[in-house]
Design a binder for this molecule. Sequence first.
Ligand SMILES: *Cc1c(COP(=O)(O)O)cnc(C)c1O
Length: 433
Amino acid sequence: MSFYNLKHPEQEVSFSQAVRQGLGKNQGLFFPKAIPDFSNSIKELLKLPLVERSAKILYPLVQDSLSEDEVLQIVTNAFNFPALVQSVDEHNAALELFHGPTLAFKDFGARFMAQCLQKFTQEENQKITILTATSGDTGAAVAHAFSGLDNIKVVILFPKGKISLLQEKMFTTIGGNISTLAVAGSFDDCQGLVKTSFDDLGLASDIGLNSANSINISRLLAQICYYFEAAAQLFRQRGNIDELVFSIPSGNFGNLTAGLLAKAMGLPIKRFIAATNLNDTVPRYLKTGEWEPKETVATMSNAMDVSKPNNWPRVEHMLKSGIVPETCLSSVMIDEQETQLAMHKLNSMGYISEPHASVAYKALQYGLSATEFGVFLGTAHPAKFKDTVESTLGCLLGLPKELADCASETSLSEDLDVDFEQLKSYLLSHCKS
Ligand SMILES: *Cc1c(COP(=O)(O)O)cnc(C)c1O
């Protein structure tokens, strides 16, 4: 199976190239040439455990670069924590994706990508540097996923003093092959420095730059697997998987892309709701046909504060080319007050939820029919948004072990000005192979 560039369909690459390159010519996104169809073996697939099933689903997509055994090994290393379906009432359940090392769903994609890259770089005895900017979750997931891997250095830029101390400690205390730089500027300044580094072709090739960001196809492929896992658990719990509706708290729309791919591969999902916060470019687009991103606004569900979702071209391609029916997607904006109301509603049913999952839950409350069953994705552990959850619900949350452990460690980050030359000399002295 090869992958092609959605902007330049004549550009075709192998899975291994797509993972290492990230983006195609002209910033085009890679997309599978063909989508495997498992519709005749869904029942059998759902009986398998997560790891074994995931290897089976992914193998046809990556077989030009990995053997069946290699895929199984990669998935075994990557998915060493569960995805859990928790019912909240007779018609709704949460799919909890936050039981990994950094307590967010991004662990699935980042760990799978790290294992793939490790395999590909070992084969070619290549050294690479992952350079990424983070406003929180991505940095932690990437740092943990790549920690201790051979041939791969990771450099993470974050805006100094602009993310919570706990979030910062999740990736600045690891050390080893993970370096972190506290930039005296904003998140946009950090992203600007990353972009300038990639544009410096000499630097990029000297240190083997790769961004590991959410447009990397490997991260999306990994995320397909937990939709199958959700269906497997629901089948066991309810005896059927009829009329499933997934509600996805969306920022860059990677999670939604993976869900649509799962449906295209034969998983019987009736429809999807893409739930956004006030950053509602997509719901407005689906209503009016006009793509009009506005200035990004800050919300409680800050991992979704994205006004130009970078995976949208993949979603649009699947809808327009009939890979999934256009009628299977709707999108709704949930404002801050509705998000808080949803947190309260869930709390009254005995389920403590953070703002992102609450946005998705709220979206299900608009228009789930009597025969449908709603599943909303829990993308982060409530403790990751401790202050918001505590102040909204008026309760106190304990810290899970992962957070408590790193809270007491010392940050190893170094300071950096918003100065590309300073970053460049840092990279050349720390990451040159
Ligand atoms: C990244 C993130 C999202 C958004 O996911 P996309 O795939 O970018 O749409 C939602 N919730 C949390 C907690 C996240 O970290």
